[in-house]
Design a protein around this ligand. Structure first.
Ligand SMILES: [Zn+2]
Ligand SMILES: [Zn+2]
Length: 138
């Protein structure tokens, strides 16, 4: 039967799949060139191929770009709707995705001054993760 079934996992091309699983395995932000290096063995050998797949994955909400690093990470939740922020450890590059509520998003957009019509929030918090913080002295 060809009835509509609810597609929780959108169909991905082979290239998109390779790049997504590369990012999921890495578990850390990767530049497009680091991704290219990693997926070369699968036959992907041109930067535009990587960029095209990354753009498609970002449009699906399955990959996000860390603006401050020019790097990419797999969505922590499989995919999301674009309301998110990141907390990044400045010592080890651990990245934690933070989901923003509609109110969070609206509050941040409301910070825009009159002369800029806000469209998008890019929010990255930097700090030290638990394992990079010096142990509290007893
Ligand atoms: Zn996400
Ligand atoms: Zn850390």
């Amino acid at each position: 039967m060809n009835a509509h079934h609810h597609d929780h996992a959108p169909k991905l091309s082979r290239n998109q799949n390779e790049i997504l699983s590369c990012l999921r395995d890495a578990n850390e932000p990767m530049s497009a060139y680091a991704i290219l290096d990693r997926v070369r063995k699968t036959g992907i050998s041109h930067p535009p191929t990587v960029y095209r797949a990354l753009n498609d994955l970002m449009r699906k909400g399955m990959v996000h770009r860390l603006q401050s690093r020019s790097a990419f990470v797999a969505c922590d939740h499989g995919a999301c709707d674009g309301k998110f922020a990141f907390a990044i450890c400045r010592a080890c590059d651990k990245v934690v995705e933070i989901s923003l509520s509609d109110e969070d998003q609206a509050g941040l957009l409301a910070l825009a001054p009159d002369e800029i019509a806000p469209e998008q929030v890019t929010l990255e918090l930097a700090g030290l993760c638990q394992s990079c913080r010096p142990a509290a002295s007893a």
